[in-house]
Design a protein around this ligand. Structure first.
Ligand SMILES: [Zn+2]
Length: 277
């Protein structure tokens, strides 16, 4: 660790009150007044000049807004509004929007380690036909489309609309990746025609992600401190690569995997400066 990093981290720990189960980023209640910029990487960064996604709009509602995770890069906000309008018109569904980012990005205390730069979006697979009430929005019920233990699709719940939603999102050039459960990726692979499979490349299998999809946008043009991820491997990712996710007979998939201790990452210096403001 460099001297200045040690110094800033020390300063940070001294200044920002860190209560149990919270991160210093959760104490930031309003966006920073800096020019808008996604800084650092998806899992170690922050967001300057964030915009709040309005809690309701045409074709979408924000769930669990009490967590204050509905801030994002302005490009992300317009992406969501546009996607929701499209899915509302085409499918008649209301998208339930889960976590985006905190007012200044940075690490959440619960859930996932990404969503730090205002470019990650959780969209629930429970597609609502009627708007949810305020009570339901605060404590919504998730709907999984996978029988997780059996590693099979829940065919009663999976619908053509889910396929259309993921495809529509993946075809947008702002989108870098979409994470879905391997079983969902498999279903998408089986459903798509031979001649229009390019979008499948962006749809990546990952654990969890059976009651929501995680849409990750590219770094906005001009955000020079935003760290992009390498592009997904060439091809639709449907064959061997996907098969490697399937549990082998000797695996016990109901037993929790040992959790590896993660190293604490030092945030980019611009983010440390924001924290100390
Ligand atoms: Zn997510």
């Amino acid at each position: 660790m460099k001297k200045w990093q040690e110094l800033s981290l020390g300063l940070l720990l001294a200044i920002v009150p860190v209560t149990v189960n919270s991160t210093p980023w959760e104490a930031k209640q309003i966006p920073s007044s800096h020019p808008t910029e996604s800084i650092g990487s998806y899992a170690n960064g922050c967001l300057a000049g964030a915009k709040a996604l309005p809690l309701e709009g045409e074709g979408y509602q924000v769930i669990r807004s009490q967590r204050e995770r509905y801030y994002a890069h302005p490009d992300t906000v317009s992406f969501i509004q546009h996607l929701a309008q499209q899915t509302y018109q085409d499918l008649g569904s209301i998208l339930l929007i889960g976590d985006l980012s905190l007012p200044q990005g940075g690490r959440f205390s619960s859930g996932h380690s990404s969503h730090q730069t205002g470019l990650d979006i959780d969209v629930w697979l429970r597609l609502a036909k009627e708007p949810l009430s305020a009570q339901e929005l605060a404590k919504p019920k998730a709907m999984s489309v996978v029988h997780v233990k059996e590693f099979e699709l829940n065919r009663k719940r999976w619908s053509e609309e889910h396929f259309q939603l993921v495809k529509l999102a993946a075809q947008n050039e702002q989108v870098a990746r979409i994470f879905v459960h391997p079983v969902i990726k498999n279903q998408l692979c089986e459903s798509e025609q031979v001649d229009s499979r390019e979008w499948l490349r962006k749809v990546r299998p990952w654990w969890g992600h059976h009651s929501h999809i995680h849409v990750r946008l590219n770094c906005p043009i001009g955000d020079s401190s935003c760290q992009a991820q390498a592009e997904p491997p060439k091809g639709d990712g449907c064959g061997h690569e996907l098969a490697s996710w399937w549990p082998k007979p000797e695996d016990k998939i109901d037993v929790a995997q040992p959790v590896k201790k993660k190293k604490v990452k030092v945030p980019p210096s611009q983010c440390l400066a924001m924290l100390n403001e």
